[in-house]
Design a protein around this ligand. Structure first.
Ligand code: ASP
Length: 337
């Protein structure tokens, strides 16, 4: 029998009404998995682990690194796949960090809910059923961490929360979902892609994201920041008065240039004015490729946790940024199928 472990982290999927009105996390994984139509019929041996019960806006990087250790332990103990239930607010970041730290071929599938259990038509049970289905599917092996939501399957490196309230809140800008569920079966559009895995470490470095805004002054870079992500205009452009402060920061710590737009890469060789991507990259900023600022921050954190220097950070972004230099990934490949 396929053994799937469900790790509960909290979020709307696990919320109930509070005495003062509104909802807050409270339900256990046993309550979450009770009475989901079709779950027992999957014939999966389900194990339950209540890790925490937090709104995902209060999860810390250390919580996700600890969860990745739990996932690795459960897989080493014989689980065939893992489902993580959590809040959707930071799900795109949690899933990507878990993905970078997951070196096994077993599926790890993250899900949650947009409608809480106190509302008509909560989506948690359907999403959890879909996540268990994907985690138990041999077709999901070798794909790292996936996100199952509204009967779509997304790659952790690309998915983002694209709507604040709809049940179809998750989208993948570059290429769309990697799979979908039809009549309870998961179908993937392509074979498993290459994977990028980072060794797990102990420390959690501080890596702020600063966002460009019309006419805004250059940001102060905190003295204890070990890296910085800049969410720039368009294809990687900043006010000209940001250039010197960021160049000074880039001489001390890795500074990654990402786009604040909803999709698309930063460029490297098109615009040539002060504050353009050519100017910024010449001053040692690292291009994020297709990674949005929040994904770029997660990759930068993971590389710094693994002890990367600036050249290794740049190589990691060249590879995982998705613009075609996978051979530059500085660490060994993930374990094969
Ligand atoms: N605020 C909730 C959370 O992220 C939203 C959700 O789960 O959908 O914990």
């Amino acid at each position: 029998m396929t053994r799937i472990m469900v790790c509960g982290m909290g979020g709307t999927i696990a919320m109930t009404t509070t005495a003062g009105g509104g909802v807050a996390p409270a339900l256990t994984t046993r309550e979450l998995t009770a009475a989901i139509p079709g779950l027992a019929a999957l014939g999966v041996d389900l194990g339950l682990v209540d890790v925490c019960n937090e709104p995902s806006s209060s999860l810390r990087l250390a919580d996700v690194i600890a969860l990745s250790r739990t996932v690795a332990r459960l897989l080493a103990e014989g689980a065939d796949g893992i489902v993580v239930t959590q809040g959707t607010d930071s799900l795109e970041e949690c899933a990507y960090l878990l993905d970078l730290l997951h070196d096994g071929p077993q599926p790890v599938v993250v899900t949650g809910a947009m409608r809480n259990p106190a509302l008509a038509g909560p989506d948690g049970p359907a999403n959890l059923l879909a996540a268990v289905t994907v985690a138990a599917s041999p077709a999901a092996r070798g794909r790292g961490v996936l996100v199952a939501f509204a009967d779509e399957v997304h790659a952790a490196a690309r998915v983002r929360k694209a709507h604040s309230v709809r049940v179809t809140a998750f989208a993948s800008a570059a290429g769309g979902p990697v799979g979908q569920l039809v009549e309870g079966v998961v179908h993937f559009a392509a074979p498993p892609p290459g994977r990028f895995v980072v060794p797990r470490g102990e420390r959690v470095p501080r890596v702020p994201v600063v966002v460009a805004a019309l006419g805004e002054e250059a940001p102060e870079v905190p003295a204890d920041a070990e890296g910085l992500v800049v969410a720039a205009f368009g294809a990687g452009h900043l006010p000209r008065w940001w250039v010197e402060p960021l160049a000074a920061a880039a001489s001390r710590i890795p500074v990654v240039l990402a786009s604040r737009t909803l999709a698309g890469p930063v460029l490297s060789a098109t615009y040539a004015y002060p504050g353009s991507e050519k100017d910024l990259l010449a001053r040692e900023l690292v291009p994020a490729g297709l990674l949005n600022p929040w994904k770029a921050r997660i990759l930068l954190v993971a590389t710094l946790v693994a002890g990367a220097d600036r050249d290794q950070v740049a190589a990691a972004f060249a590879a995982a940024g998705g613009l075609g230099e996978p051979g530059r990934w500085p660490w060994p490949p993930a374990r094969p199928l």
